[in-house]
Design a binder for this molecule. Structure first.
Ligand SMILES: [Zn+2]
Ligand SMILES: [Zn+2]
Length: 612
């Protein structure tokens, strides 16, 4: 635990743990801005502070607030952003609401929720002012990192300091990018970097307050706030332009991107191509009809699809469904698979990475996730081939639209069809939801998918949402790969990490299973997976934070994660025999990576099926 702190003026200090904690001192009492994990107490001791009078929070995240029980006494006033009040004092409504668990399309609210509620004394919004000692604190609404984030400017002795939460990390940098996954014009799901408009507005508002020093939650104390903010805004513009240049979304919503028409480096949108007569398309499902009238079906997102397939059978167009392929885990592709498998008991195949989720969706927390459980009879590995009637089928792990995605090459009748799930449209790649894990780097993510397209050169590419076929020319594949390589370099500048994937991929630390059934008296196994995106080995450490009433303390465990690989730490968690745990218990995971404390960075859910 760090005891480091910085002094900004006679009475203003910043304690550094996983976040920066602002300390205003007045004699032996203090007002804190955010409280981190509670290690600020060592700095308070060093400063001779004996009472924490007030804690003000910039936003509701667990890394800001997890230490409140250590820092606050019964007399401490706790002030929070008005818009986020419920995410302090009634977090149980988040953890117990199935709508906050399944079919997730956005960051309203954000995932990094407190495990337990915190009592709130006051809620603050734009224009509120708090006189504390000789300091005047003003509240500025600064949404962006979260919907209800506020900043606090502190004016004392003619100087102005701004505590801005996670709006900015350092000059030209932000802590992570996935929190900005929001959108006004379509849905949040399509909103990669969609909140940069609100973020820009918030940062400009702060510039207008002319703070001398800007103090972020995560990051470095900035002594040139104007320059730091301008550098971030111009970098975000460049990053967004690189995103639009090859975005699949331009095909679905061309009007959204008219301002980019003709921009340098933007890939022209391809024309569609006629679909071979032996294919059918319903909803997100593609269906292949063999010469012997057997059907091969891909995905089943809704009961309406089942009706269509039944109709084909009744009308004699198909004899039966004999094989089923699952492209990826998204709800619009899997919601009706249980009914489908009941109605058409055929062989189901999926890439092993996809099978992991669809067989046990509770093990994951990801965008568009469905609670529907599918049966997978054959888990495919990259390059596995088999014969289905007159066709040769070859399966690929295809980490395009999501990491958990398969691709299927179908060769026969003089064509080479590639079913790419949702990964491409005629205008490029589908990476508009950052929670899907679109990793940057050579040989991973879309670079890997595009390398397959170059090597396999299918005669037709299919997307589950696009009614026609299409192809890419070699120069287009090359343009997309070049764009991704440029992004890897440009986005690296945006984050305080040695690879941009740490800032892009929320799941680089991922407990597995995310959610599991447990019982009093048993020892639960929880694997915490780390994706090391760096080019050198990294040491990861993790400690579960168990409910106090359990009286169980698990020591921190560490592992060395090889470069560019996933590794994990296995935690064994004994559950006391005589507890009356809440039905769903949140287990925050305290994480340190490469020497950097990350606080309660992730969580797992234990579900007590029957209380003892
Ligand atoms: Zn935050
Ligand atoms: Zn889809």
């Amino acid at each position: 635990m760090s005891t480091q702190f910085s002094q900004l003026s006679d009475h203003i200090f910043v304690h550094h743990d996983a976040i920066n904690v602002g300390i205003l001192r007045d004699g032996n009492r203090a007002l804190l801005i955010d409280c981190g994990d509670g290690s600020v107490c060592s700095t308070l001791d060093a400063l001779g502070i004996t009472a924490v009078d007030t804690v003000l929070f910039t936003h509701h995240h667990r890394d800001q607030a997890s230490g409140i029980g250590i820092v606050a006494s019964a007399d401490t006033r706790i002030g929070v952003p008005a818009q986020e009040r419920r995410w302090f004092e009634s977090v149980e409504t988040f953890w117990n609401d199935p709508q906050m668990r399944w079919h997730l399309y956005n960051y309203h609210p954000h995932n990094l929720m407190l495990a337990e509620s915190v009592p709130v004394t006051a809620a603050y919004a734009e224009g509120d002012a708090i006189q504390w000692g000789n300091a005047k604190i003003r509240v500025v609404d600064t949404p962006g990192h979260t919907d209800g984030s506020v900043s606090y400017t502190v004016e004392v002795n003619g100087r102005c300091f701004a505590f801005c939460g996670d709006l900015i990390y350092d000059a030209g940098q932000i802590w992570e990018l996935y929190s900005l996954q929001k959108e006004d014009e379509t849905t949040d799901y399509h909103g990669f970097l969609g909140d940069r408009g609100r973020l820009t507005h918030s940062l400009k508002k702060l510039q207008q307050r002319f703070p001398e020093i800007l103090i972020p939650s995560h990051g470095k104390i900035m002594r040139d706030p104007n320059g730091a903010i301008d550098a971030l805004l111009s970098r975000l513009d460049v990053c967004y332009d690189k995103y639009v240049a090859i975005s699949a979304l331009r095909y679905y919503f061309p009007k959204l991107f008219t301002e980019f028409e003709g921009s340098a480096g933007h890939m022209p949108i391809r024309e569609g191509k006629e679909v071979p007569e032996f294919l059918r398309h319903y909803g997100t499902t593609w269906l292949i009809i063999s010469e012997n009238r057997e059907a091969f079906v891909m995905d089943c997102g809704s009961p309406g699809i089942l009706k269509q397939i039944q109709r084909l059978k009744t009308e004699g167009e198909i004899s039966d469904v004999t094989e089923f392929w699952i492209t990826h885990y998204h709800d619009d592709h899997v919601n009706a698979i249980p009914e489908f498998q009941d109605s058409f008991p055929c062989t189901t195949r999926a890439d092993s990475v996809v099978a992991d989720i669809v067989e046990n969706p509770r093990g994951f927390r990801l965008p568009c996730i469905s609670p529907a459980v599918a049966r997978v009879d054959h888990r495919t590995q990259d390059g596995d081939s088999w014969t289905w009637n007159e066709f040769k089928m070859t399966a690929y792990h295809f980490p395009g639209q999501t990491y958990y995605h398969g691709g299927l090459l179908v060769e026969g009748r003089g064509v080479r069809l590639f079913f790419a799930g949702d990964s491409f449209t005629m205008s490029g790649i589908d990476d508009y939801c950052s929670g899907n894990r679109n990793l940057l780097g050579e040989g991973v993510g879309y670079d890997r998918c595009l390398a397959w397209m170059a090597e396999l050169s299918p005669t037709h590419i299919f997307n589950c949402h696009v009614p026609c076929a299409f192809t890419f020319m070699d120069e287009e594949i090359c343009q997309m790969r070049t764009n991704l390589a440029e992004r890897e370099r440009l986005y690296a500048d945006l984050f305080p990490w040695d690879h941009p994937n740490y800032g892009m991929d929320e799941q680089w630390v991922r407990p597995y299973p995310y959610e599991q059934d447990v019982a009093a008296g048993e020892t639960v196994t929880l694997r915490v997976c780390f994706t090391n995106h760096s080019s050198a080995a990294r040491i990861a450490s993790c400690r579960p934070i168990l409910p106090e009433s359990w009286e169980v303390d698990i020591p921190e465990r560490s592992a060395t994660i090889p470069p560019k690989q996933e590794g994990h730490i296995v935690l064994s968690i004994p559950i006391p025999t005589h507890i009356n745990g809440a039905q769903r218990t949140v287990i925050p995971l305290n994480v340190t990576y490469d020497g950097r404390p990350l606080g309660q960075f992730r969580e797992a859910i234990f579900v007590f099926s029957s209380n003892v």
